[in-house]
Write a protein that binds this ligand. Structure first.
Ligand code: HEM
Length: 141
């Protein structure tokens, strides 16, 4: 569980981050991801502009609701099912988490610190854990 202080840290740092153009954030994030794991590139569309915006919108949505996980569990589950459809493997979640952390660190520059790293790691892990679990046991339709 994230502490109240960690939730505040994530919310405050994301507010700073949002001043950066989402296209730039997306570009940096996926460049980090594909530089570390070139084989993931082919899972994504050729034109990534929409993906950049989706990524930033999704993080904003989750961060806004961080104190109330019950509100987002249904959305995360639905997202997890989509990811099973994309062929995403549970072992790939770590790579995405690392790319996110590096991107935040690069974007926040001197505002980055170990407490922020810890708070964002918990935030991502919480969401990724729900995704992975939901991906294993799809909701009965
Ligand atoms: C907590 C972790 C993650 C979150 C919050 C997340 C979020 C999203 C969102 C919001 C979309 C757009 C869905 C839509 O179009 O409706 C998406 C698409 C996608 N994600 Fe993720 N994702 C996560 C992890 C991963 C991982 C680990 C991979 C593995 C490489 C991955 C690969 C993809 C792919 C291939 C697409 C579809 C691209 C396309 O064809 O448009 N995602 N993701």
């Amino acid at each position: 569980m994230m502490t109240r202080e960690e939730i505040l840290l994530v919310k405050r740092s994301w507010r700073i981050f949002q001043q950066i153009n989402p296209l730039l954030v997306g570009d940096v994030f996926y460049s980090n991801l594909f530089a570390a794991h070139p084989r993931l590139r082919k899972m994504f569309p050729k034109d990534m502009a929409q993906q950049y915006q989706k990524l930033v919108d999704m993080i904003s949505y989750m961060v806004q609701r961080l104190g109330e996980p019950a509100l987002v569990v249904a959305e995360i589950r639905a997202l997890a099912e989509k990811h099973v459809g994309y062929g995403v493997k549970t072992s790939q979640y770590d790579a995405v988490g690392k790319a996110l952390l590096v991107t935040l660190q690069q974007g926040l520059g001197t505002d980055w610190n170990p407490a922020l790293a810890e708070a964002w790691t918990k935030c991502y892990t919480m969401i990724a854990d729900i995704m992975v679990e939901a991906g294993k046991a799809p909701i009965a339709k």
